[in-house]
Design a protein around this ligand. Structure first.
Ligand code: F6R
Length: 609
């Protein structure tokens, strides 16, 4: 949700900022802009659309200097346009700012500042902050910014450049992520680590309610009230190459193919040496708490919410603990019913999703213990939760989530098996069988990737479809929901997922000749029922692509084409079944000529409500 880069040092600022923004384009790409300070003048260049437009502009009018800020926008307040693109300035042109988040009281502030004679050029909430700085400026930028923070409500990551202070950038963080990259005689500010990885692996992760004064030769951190705070340096362990495309045409395809490794990395250290017990040494709660948990609420959004649906089924089945799965944006507004021993699990790839974070805070405010499943060490949810299970998927850059989902599933399987093991809710042999099958999932994922050519061909044939339906029962239904979301978000083909038995209650009316139906039939106890539902759509002349275990010769008789999945336990089917659906979305989007990694209207990390 908007990407920010700031630089102060000896390099050409334009190069550093543009390179950083390119790495952050996944956060938004409605417009981009840069402000640099050179010879006491702030020069701004900004452009509607992708980064390439800004780069074109900079060929004829380069942004000179060695200090500056840049921004890539995902529009919230004000449509995408040149005027609404960041950086924004005050009336005097003394300050330039970039912002990620929403200033909630911007209308009141705008009225007050307009009454004082300030003139606005954009429709954004951000511009208000530039004028507010001008209004409160007392010659000392630091104390002015402390004062500014007192006046603005909402979420912000903010970086300020001032022509009166060519030796510093000031960065503020409240609810929107911001990191400071620490270099030698140079320092960086960014919304996310990939933007600065080329230059340094040492970072300060600003906490909520903190600010930093960033100079060429040092960084000082403070609370937003201006009190100094000590920060530990966090060392990034992954390298710039893992955040690059590595020969794949798109990040999404690379990330789909990284799933065997991501699954293996997420399992590593969490299974006993003989592969028959789960070891979750990161959980800090007591043995008695493991037994006392009497209810679980999972809170997440989008794909992570879909992972939660699988988590519910698996935890209930193995550990016999009732689980509810809640959408982040709904949870905190519905006064959830909890017991003293309700465990709240938040799932978030980025660890920064505003709705999920709000759910976490709601649960904490109610005195609940919160476990976070996240892919980003040091993210907000990781820092605020009581316990954390990190999914070791590595950086996920494509907007459409793939490897994060499968590793979230791994974390949930491990947790379900852990509860079952400690609470003794399953036959020991049965549980051991499940745990050792978990250990084989990297190989299963590897084999499923072999379905790619078949899926690519199918996607070519069906790229013109207006509607697609995904059906399945039980776990297959949860995976169907994820398949439909993937297809919608990157191919823009309308897609819906249905519990296979539910179609006949209305949606069957939409099934006509040639409509593609993707039917998942991986759950043996529901197999016959699912086949009956497949026959219902076949009878209306749908084109059915079935998905079944290798060796199933029955399904072929009822569908037009089958994708065969390599054998694993039916309980683990979601890991195998989702990969062909990710590939389907990918190849359909490519066939339609879409921008796969950056689908329209979306952004990777949604840090606004
Ligand atoms: C879809 C997708 C989104 C995210 C959702 C939550 O492919 O990526 O639906 O899953 O925005 O994001 P995180 O997991 O970062 O909280």
């Amino acid at each position: 949700m908007c990407g920010i880069v700031g630089y102060i040092g000896a390099r050409k600022v334009q190069d550093v900022v543009l390179e950083g923004l390119r790495k952050l384009e996944y956060r938004g790409y409605d417009s981009a802009g840069i402000a640099t300070l050179d010879h006491k003048t702030i020069r701004i260049s900004k452009s509607l659309g992708r980064m390439a437009n800004l780069e074109d502009k900079l060929v004829t009018e380069p942004a000179t200097g060695t200090i500056g800020i840049g921004h890539t926008r995902w529009a919230t307040h004000g449509r995408p346009s040149d005027e609404n693109a960041h950086p924004h300035q005050d009336c005097s042109g003394r300050f330039a700012i970039v912002h990620n988040g929403i200033v909630e009281n911007y209308l009141t502030l705008r009225d007050e500042l307009t009454a004082k004679g300030h003139q606005f050029e954009s429709e954004t909430d951000t511009e208000v902050v530039a004028h507010l700085i001008e209004d409160l400026y007392n010659g000392d930028l630091f104390s002015t910014m402390v004062n500014v923070a007192k006046h603005i409500r909402g979420a912000y990551a903010l970086v300020v450049l001032s022509k009166d202070h060519p030796d510093m950038l000031i960065a503020l963080r409240k609810s929107s992520p911001l990191i400071i990259g620490l270099g030698e005689h140079e320092n960086f500010v960014a919304s996310d680590i990939p933007a600065i990885l080329e230059y340094t692996r040492d970072v300060y992760v600003l906490d909520d309610g903190e600010m930093a004064v960033v100079r060429q030769n040092g960084v000082e951190c403070f609370s937003l009230e201006g009190t100094p705070v000590h920060k530990d340096v966090y060392q990034v362990t992954w390298d710039a190459v893992s955040a690059e495309r590595g020969g794949y045409p798109h990040f999404m395809l690379k990330e789909i193919h990284e799933q065997p490794k991501a699954i293996r990395d997420t399992l590593t250290g969490r299974l006993s040496e003989d592969g028959r017990r789960v070891v979750l040494s990161e959980l800090t709660w007591s043995k008695s708490y493991t037994k006392a948990v009497d209810r679980i609420q999972i809170v997440a959004c989008g794909t992570s919410w879909h992972a939660g649906l699988v988590g519910k089924a698996v935890i209930e089945k193995l550990a016999r603990i009732p689980v509810e799965v809640e959408i982040g944006s709904e949870y905190r507004y519905r006064d959830p019913i909890q017991t003293e021993n309700t465990l709240v699990i938040v799932i978030s790839q980025s660890g920064e999703t505003a709705d999920t974070l709000a759910g976490l805070r709601e649960a904490k405010a109610r005195g609940r213990r919160v476990l976070a499943i996240t892919n980003v060490v040091g993210s907000s949810v990781a820092r605020e939760a009581d316990d954390v299970i990190i999914t070791w998927a590595g950086p996920e850059i494509a907007v459409a989530s793939t490897k994060a989902y499968t590793t979230q599933l791994i974390a949930l399987y491990l947790l379900a098996a852990y509860f079952a093991q400690e609470r003794e809710t399953q036959e020991p042999d049965k549980l051991k069988e499940i745990i050792s099958a978990l250990g084989n999932l990297p190989q299963v994922a590897e084999q499923v990737l072999d379905t790619a050519p078949q899926i690519e061909e199918f996607a070519q044939t069906y790229k013109g479809a207006a509607d697609t339906f995904f059906i399945g029962r039980s776990l297959d239904y949860s995976v169907a929901m994820e398949g439909a979301l993937k297809l919608k978000e990157i191919s823009y083909i309308h897609a819906e997922a249905y519990a296979a038995g539910e179609l006949k209650h209305g949606t069957l009316a939409l099934i006509t000749e040639g409509v593609p139906v993707i039917a998942l039939a991986t759950q043996p106890e529901l197999y016959e029922k699912t086949v009956s539902n497949i026959k219902e759509v076949k009878a209306r002349d749908a084109f059915v692509l079935g998905m079944a275990w290798v060796g199933d010769e029955e399904l072929e008789k009822s569908v037009d084409e089958v994708i065969y999945l390599p054998a694993t336990l039916p309980l683990l089917a979601p890991i195998a079944a989702v990969i062909p659906l990710q590939l389907l979305a990918y190849y359909a989007a490519v066939a339609r000529g879409n921008d796969v990694d950056k689908p329209r209207n979306l952004a990777k990390s949604v840090t606004v409500e």
